[in-house]
Design a protein around this ligand. Structure first.
Ligand SMILES: Cc1cc2nc3c(=O)[nH]c(=O)nc-3n(C[C@H](O)[C@H](O)[C@H](O)COP(=O)(O)OP(=O)(O)OC[C@H]3O[C@@H](n4cnc5c(N)ncnc54)[C@H](O)[C@@H]3O)c2cc1C
Ligand SMILES: NC(=O)c1ccc[n+]([C@@H]2O[C@H](COP(=O)([O-])OP(=O)(O)OC[C@H]3O[C@@H](n4cnc5c(N)ncnc54)[C@H](OP(=O)(O)O)[C@@H]3O)[C@@H](O)[C@H]2O)c1
Length: 426
């Protein structure tokens, strides 16, 4: 297994519980991946102030609740401690080899795995849980004039929030309308002299709480059609929040639910306070200014590109397995239709949290490894994948961030149904 982040440890737990022998390798000196602030692997995108934006009840593993003392949206230190406790509770630590990266993985009958120690090992199966929010995607191509800009340009991956004076009295442009942009623009707005939030597309910003309850805890049975659920939620938000244009944000070019959720309790209030000024996309930079696509121009000291991440697998030859434009089609986001015994854990973007889905995926993979689940014929898998992708493309705006979207409850429902079908095939 590659990786002992929240996805890898869920898989380790499942394999361990079934008595399936395995090795898990992680580059880091600890578990938790992205949630370890200042992780020694250099891959964490966590900043000092980060809190989860999926509520703890949504995020916790099914058999290991988060402590009741935790707030609804805990700090990253809580989350990292929770993953540590999970590993100790289930006795998994011994199975993980820390400070050891997987450099290369290829198929030669077995899986042949080369570690960064130079050692080569052979395995029957490979679980890939290397995360997909660590390889920064900068604007492509770079904006004209970016190399002349005299101020600081950084990607949100490299923003750590450790230096409290970083934004102080600076003129800051934050680019993007995802959750990194929301958090970082808000944070900057408390010390910068000016903050501009630039976006090429508007978003339906949703709050963490609605009517006194975490929004993601409203029941969302997969038996109720998506359209109905969406319309109910949209009506609730229309009452509670209203249109984005009222706050000076661009009108989203897509329906509510047509983009990965942008969650923020604070951005609208900071805009309403005049502490953040919405702007359209960046068009170009000069030595000291940023020009936007509407022709307006502002003086700037710092530009933060919150432009998302690339999905990469540096240990696979690119012609073997890769995700160009973040796209790696898989059967129900786990099984590769053309390569046996490689399983992807946590390689999805859920409405809802990743962890319980990684847990369910891991149980499913264990079923398969133990011969209790049999895949459908390849042609059925390909047809199923195509159906799923067509539905995703129809619903979501075209973007490299919308290549692996799933709805938590629907995904879980379908996965359980498929497990049962595969069990009878087996
Ligand atoms: C700022 C931010 C906030 C987020 N907030 C939420 C949230 O609130 N809720 C939510 O559900 N999701 C959130 N996410 C999504 C995030 O991807 C998941 O929370 C979670 O980190 C996914 O876990 P993972 O184990 O798949 O990947 P990671 O946490 O990235 O862990 C991957 C692990 O694999 C190891 N690894 C990678 N490559 C190798 C290699 N070659 N050899 C050995 N080890 C390797 C790494 O060292 C790491 O430990 C957030 C993402 C970001 C960037
Ligand atoms: N508090 C939290 O829990 C928290 C905080 C941060 C991040 N996260 C999670 O981390 C993941 C990554 O989030 P993210 O916000 O870093 O990335 P993201 O969701 O991929 O958003 C990237 C944003 O940048 C825009 N963008 C990309 N390339 C661009 C370009 N060349 N020019 C202009 N705009 C461009 C995208 O616009 P388009 O839509 O047009 O492509 C989008 O608005 C998500 O799962 C998110 O939920 C969670």
């Amino acid at each position: 297994m590659i990786g002992a982040g929240s996805s890898g440890i869920a898989a380790a737990k499942a394999l361990h519980a079934r008595g399936i022998p395995f090795d898990c390798f992680d580059k880091s000196d600890r578990v938790g991946g992205n949630w370890v602030f200042g992780n020694s692997n250099g891959m964490s995108s966590c900043y000092r102030s980060l809190h989860i934006n999926t509520s703890r009840k949504r995020m916790e593993y099914s058999d290991f609740p988060m402590p009741e003392s935790y707030p609804q949206f805990p700090h990253h230190t809580h989350i990292a401690a929770y993953f540590d406790a999970y590993v100790d509770h289930f006795g998994l630590r011994e199975s993980i080899t820390f400070k050891t990266g997987v450099e290369h993985a290829r198929k030669d009958g077995d899986w042949v795995v080369t570690l960064d120690t130079g050692e080569e090992r052979r395995y029957d199966a490979l679980l890939v849980a290397n995360g997909h929010h660590w390889d920064a995607r900068w604007p492509e191509p770079a904006f004209p004039g970016a190399d002349e800009f005299a101020g600081v340009q950084l990607h949100s991956h490299d923003y750590k929030g450790e230096d409290a004076t970083f934004f102080r009295d600076k003129r800051v442009v934050v680019l993007g309308m995802g959750n990194s942009a929301m958090d970082i623009a808000v944070e900057a707005s408390f010390s910068a002299s000016h903050v501009y939030l630039a976006a090429r597309r508007g978003a339906h910003v949703i709050p963490k709480y609605l009517f006194g309850r975490p929004l993601d805890q409203y029941a969302a049975s997969a038996r109720i059609p998506f359209r109905v659920r969406r319309n109910v939620l949209r009506a609730m938000l229309r009452v509670a929040v209203g249109d984005m244009e009222r706050y000076g944000l661009p009108k989203p070019d897509h329906e509510f639910g047509g983009a990965h959720p942008t969650v923020s309790d604070d951005i609208l209030s900071r805009i309403a306070h005049g502490e953040i000024a919405p702007k359209p996309n960046i068009a170009s930079l000069t030595e000291n200014t940023v020009r936007f696509s509407d022709g307006s121009e502002v003086d700037a000291d710092i530009v933060v590109y919150c432009t998302g991440y690339r999905v990469t697998f540096p240990f696979f030859d690119e012609r073997f397995i890769a995700a160009p434009d973040n796209d790696l089609p898989l059967f129900r986001r786990v099984f590769h239709p053309g390569i046996d015994n490689v399983f992807f854990i946590g390689l999805l973007q859920p409405l809802g949290a990743t962890m319980p889905l990684a847990e369910a995926q891991s149980e499913w993979v264990c079923d398969h490894l133990q011969g209790r689940y049999r895949l459908p014929p390849r042609k059925h898998m390909l047809a199923d994948m195509e159906r799923e992708r067509t539905a995703m493309r129809r619903r979501y705006v075209t973007s490299k961030r919308h290549t692996m979207q799933v709805d938590y409850d629907d995904y879980m429902f379908d996965l359980n149904r498929e497990r049962k079908r595969g069990a009878s095939r087996a």
